[in-house]
Design a protein around this ligand. Structure first.
Ligand code: GLY
Length: 406
């Protein structure tokens, strides 16, 4: 009897030691996660501060770095103009320091006239990543009107026969396009969803849903990789041609294009709860995750077709967009898939937080991430920082931090 009690006592002690060891171990994993997220966010704050010190002219929005090492600044009509104010808003979200809010408001207001821009689908990127972030964080009343006006501008580009908003207003002569729609355009639908919520006018949301459904029909191959450009006949709605502009070939999978699609269908599901959108987001996620042509650190080469070819640059911006989208998708998917998506996103963020991709303080022209690729076939912005890489990196870090209470 005594021996039996002794053995139960010893087993209990062993179990306690095992459990306490395990709890300690989990704490370490959680701490490590917190450490790299914190390190990257602090570095981002340092870089953004230096960027502000270098230039306070709000008509010059930072975009990238040119071949001579000079910072490329662009005016508000450039498609990337919303990302820098957006970075400032995200830094405010992280730090809660009003200095960032003041800068964010100042730089956001520099984009005001773009709410009336009907010349490009990119009005969605411009206004939603700047005014949209400010509205999400601070609920600034005047931003509501800007968001609705911008959605009205974007809606002028909708053709009901095609079932899409037109992406570019150029390329008719030199590219032979009639009504080009690029996969990137899915991103601009978030502005339309928000405008319907704010105005009560369902027109914007219905356009976004139709655009997304047409994109499911025409933009994807059987393996759920996507074409970059689908050109439509605006009179009949028929597809004229499927091709690429920024990818390596018409049948290749341009890395950032896959990222835009994943992100777009993920928020379409959030906004509609339509299972077709969840299925689509998961199909794209599975395509990306199970790509044999992804390097070990999960930062893709700029086009999946180019993996393994010597000297082909990575695109850290695509990785940052994928990470941000997968963290959100992990909150919508069932358990097994959710875990897979979340861990993949974490691995990307860990890689981006290493010295290989995260700039040292005061280097990289004060951008945050290195090794992004803008437009390889045009020999433009290759292996450089890109402001949208920084924006989605910050968004992904904050999504991770908020979700895990780090
Ligand atoms: N939307 C343009 C790009 O991704 O380069």
């Amino acid at each position: 009897m005594y021996r039996k009690q002794l053995s139960i006592f010893i087993s209990a002690i062993v179990l306690l030691i095992f459990l306490s060891g395990n709890i300690g171990c989990n704490k370490t994993v959680q701490q490590e996660k917190k450490d790299y997220v914190e390190k990257s966010l602090v570095r981002a704050g340092e870089q953004l501060s230096l960027m502000l010190e270098t230039n306070n002219d709000t008509t010059k929005l930072p975009r990238s770095v040119d071949e001579n090492g000079n910072t490329i600044y662009v005016p508000s009509r450039n498609w990337v103009s919303g990302f820098y104010p957006g970075c400032l808003w995200l830094m405010y979200e992280y730090s809660k320091d009003n200095k960032w809010k003041e800068e964010a408001i100042k730089w956001t207001s520099a984009l005001s006239k773009e709410q009336y821009n009907t010349n490009t689908h990119d009005v969605g990127f411009m206004i939603y990543c700047s005014y949209g972030q400010g509205y999400r964080l601070e609920g600034i009343k005047e931003y509501e009107t800007v968001i609705i006006n911008a959605a009205r501008s974007l809606a002028t580009r909708y053709n009901d026969t095609v079932g899409c908003t037109k992406s570019w207003s150029w390329g008719e002569k030199d590219q032979g396009w009639s009504f080009p729609v690029i996969i990137d355009n899915m991103m601009n639908m978030e502005l339309l969803f928000k405008a319907s919520e704010l105005s009560g006018d369902e027109t914007y949301k219905n356009i976004a849903i139709k655009h997304a459904k047409t994109t499911i029909k025409n933009h994807f191959r059987d393996d759920y990789s996507s074409y970059h450009v689908v050109d439509y006949n605006p009179e009949t709605g028929e597809v004229n041609r499927k091709r690429t502009f920024q990818g390596n070939s018409d049948e290749s999978a341009w890395a950032r294009g896959q990222a835009w699609g994943l992100y777009g269908f993920t928020f379409c599901y959030r906004e509609t709860a339509d299972p077709e959108f969840l299925q689509m987001a998961e199909n794209i996620a599975d395509y990306i995750i199970h790509q044999p042509s992804t390097p070990e650190d999960l930062i893709p080469v700029w086009d999946y077709e180019m993996f393994g070819k010597e000297g082909e640059p990575r695109d850290a911006s695509a990785a940052a967009i994928i990470a941000s989208a997968l963290i959100e998708l992990s909150t919508h998917s069932e358990r097994t898939k959710a875990d897979e998506y979340f861990h993949y996103a974490e691995k990307i963020l860990e890689s981006l937080s290493t010295d290989t991709y995260l700039a040292e303080k005061g280097t990289n022209n004060n951008f945050i991430l290195k090794h992004c690729t803008g437009h390889k076939p045009h020999n433009s912005e290759i292996d450089v920082p890109l402001i949208y890489g920084d924006y989605y990196f910050l968004e992904a870090l904050l999504r991770l931090k908020n979700l895990k209470n780090l």
